[in-house]
Write a new protein. Structure first.
Lengths: 223, 223, 223, 223
């Protein structure tokens, strides 16, 4: 019997180790697993490497982890979005390493890991500072840089609905990084608004098949 | 001399977008372009966070927190629009499926090099977002910018002094003074505002300009 | 106004040139664009390179193109499926070149082209005859072969429903290679069972966004 | 001596599949495994043509032409199942998301090299399908085969004589005589059928065999 539902946020984030690479979904304030990341703060893991499009906003979620010194390094495309004071303070204090990656490359590097590939040649970043130190190669008359897979130890995601197999459906632009991050980690933990019975999700329109998902926890919504 | 307002620059860029084009609008000045699409054309706007078919900004009572654009503002979706994940959004960009990327710029070189992601302000950790993906990947890149800095220094340069977003990617430049194409022979002036001589335009521009045989006056309605 | 609907199969396949690389979707007898390929036979293009999971079955579609000497080369994972007599006869007569590619590599090479990438490192085929002549590289202690993008001049696909923007929905396992092939060609032509009004397809569950599609034609179904 | 029937080999392999596993069954002998999963276990079967949650073969009146399995036979979908495209199907395989691949084999070497895609019959152009993807990609590969050829020659070899599907991928071997693990020290016999001595088993096997300390009789019910 497959049942990926867990009963509490604490159970959902159990076992995340110090030094783990965590993939944090979301784009700006939309589609991010704030409650899971708040629970991770409680859980206590530190020296984390956080992969996320933005480096936290306001005072909760990734921003709270950064403000509390739990994050060693951020890999992101755009650190400073709405209310980035936690990131700015940690960065200026020299307490936070930043690896800046073009947004599509960030996504593609995670997919590369998810797909079991060893790397890919991308035209993005060629001739710029972000290609410094990367292998460059001419293919078919165009220059490419070699990009390496980026895999998470844990992915934290957010979806609208899930069934006990872990099949997921998202809502509108809250989908964003969730599907690719859900595929790209050894352990994928998802907070959802609603559990539905097995078979209730249309098999034609499941956005993330349960094979990629390990734990789901219900947050908010109806009790 | 009648330099264009920012809204007029956006209006002028909008006139060149072909019916049926798939277009990504950068944050800032390019965002205004959506307001000026001629009524007989159907344009599909793409957003890097997984949307095709962006509509106008929603009325306050229609704002959906799960539906935002790349600038993190409230968005709407047209009939025929679709949602997808970040990886597909950037596949569309990098793979040349997006016909046109309209971007802002700090500087453009005579070879079409684009600098629009960082001014290397030491106090600001930079963000790159999707800028490099769009610059390297879209089928065509056009930029909208003020012809000179606030201090009157040219933004069209022999070579960019700010870090590059992508080399040789810009094909057309819309400014408050002129419409200029980047050609293998250098910068070619297609349109210039009334009352501005080529020598005055040249004075505001670092690389040498050539006037197109079929040059026209750059005029825009009061918008 | 965007309207990708064409009125006839002849119009759908118009302009395919001799020597073109054509991507033919489907897996076995399911999800393949037989009517489009029959129309291509009528159209007359020859010296084709056909990319397909199987090398034709029975006496129509890809099999008919092969039987009529229109195909110079097949790139596929499994040439001989149900009733492969057309393939077998042409192959044994030395009239058909065969490039055998592992199925997932075939799919990934097309995605690579669709995503604008220059190549990728795959663990599949390492240490086998199908890696002969390919660059091999050790990454993180594992061996990979370099695989190159595979792009079509034309993709022929089949879907259940489409709207005039070319948004597509498939049915069950007839989805198979259709989405990846639809993304990977300069011209994508799709036969569908049903046209629906713009806005009728749920934006959350569109399988192939119209940005990838150029022509759609209705085949069979209700008149 | 009581060698297992083909159905009994499949039964034996089925007993080792953990509850909740994601499993891909190869064509032929492995397909039979689905019939023998113990009733208290929920297994999700994966099909390379874009299906998770394959159910039993449908009754004739329930056959849907759009729903087939990798062997191109009529298939059904369980509640919780999902459809996706070929690229995601192989991402699941290559990325190690499929826990277990059960495959047939012509030969297996003492190092776990697998040969199961071509016998180099000069009259038959070979097909590879998804075999190399599964062999190189699945988290674990186990094979089911007759211990010897029809002529009595061993199929477990020092090295494979047929072209390899993947080197060193096989972890466990189910035959009509024995269950054998591939270990760094060589082939380790876990189970052997009643009445067969280790020397008789060795005679039917090319590489040296070691009997596990905790070896057991290989027995299966009449199925």
């Amino acid at each position: 019997m497959i049942d990926k539902r867990v009963q509490s946020l604490a159970e959902a984030v159990a076992g995340v180790r110090d030094g783990a690479t965590i993939l944090c979904a979301g784009f700006g304030a939309v589609g991010g697993p704030d409650e899971l990341l708040d629970a991770l703060l409680e859980q206590g893991a530190k020296e984390l490497v956080a992969v996320s499009n933005n480096a936290g906003s306001g005072d909760r979620g990734l921003a709270a982890l950064i403000a509390n010194g739990r994050v060693r390094k951020v890999i992101c495309s755009y650190p400073r979005t709405d209310r980035p004071h936690a990131f700015e303070a940690a960065f200026k204090a020299g307490k936070l390493e930043l690896e800046l990656v073009p947004q599509g490359t960030l996504s593609e590097r995670m997919r590369c890991a998810a797909a079991g590939l060893g790397g890919f040649y991308s035209p993005v970043g060629v001739g710029t500072r972000l290609a410094d130190g990367k292998e460059t190669r001419e293919i078919g008359g165009r220059l490419y840089v070699l990009e390496k897979p980026l895999k998470g130890d844990v992915a934290f995601c957010k979806a609208l609905r899930a069934d006990r197999w872990g099949n997921l459906v998202y809502r509108k632009s809250a989908r964003n990084f969730n599907p690719v991050m859900a595929m790209a980690a050894d352990l994928t933990v998802v907070q959802v608004k609603e559990f539905v019975a097995l078979g209730e999700l249309d098999p034609e329109t499941i956005h993330t098949p349960g094979i990629f998902v390990d734990r789901i926890v219900k947050v908010g919504g109806k009790p | 001399m009648k330099p264009l307002s920012r809204r007029q620059i956006a209006w002028r860029a909008a006139q060149d977008i072909a019916d049926g084009a798939y277009v990504n609008l950068g944050i800032g000045l390019p965002t205004l372009v959506a307001d000026f699409i001629p009524g007989d054309r159907e344009i599909v706007f793409h957003s890097e966070n997984g949307i095709l078919g962006l509509g106008k900004a929603p009325a306050p009572e229609e704002i959906d927190p799960d539906l935002i654009n790349a600038g993190k503002g409230a968005a709407s979706l047209l009939p025929g629009g679709s949602f997808f994940h970040h990886n597909d959004a950037f596949l569309m960009i990098r793979g040349g499926h997006v016909d046109l990327s309209l971007m802002g710029a700090f500087e453009v070189s005579e070879r079409g090099d684009l600098a629009n992601w960082t001014t290397d302000d030491p106090g600001f950790p930079p963000g790159v977002g999707g800028a490099m993906d769009l610059a390297a990947g879209a089928r065509e890149v056009r930029v909208l910018l003020e012809h000179t800095t606030k201090e009157g220094q040219p933004r069209l340069r022999h070579r960019c002094h700010y870090p590059l977003t992508a080399p040789g990617c810009v094909k057309r430049i819309y400014t408050n003074f002129a419409v200029i194409d980047v050609t293998p022979e250098g910068l070619l002036v297609r349109e210039v505002v009334e009352g501005m001589s080529l020598s005055a335009l040249q004075e505001a521009t670092e690389p040498p300009l050539t006037l197109a045989n079929d040059w026209r006056l750059l005029a825009a309605p009061a918008v």
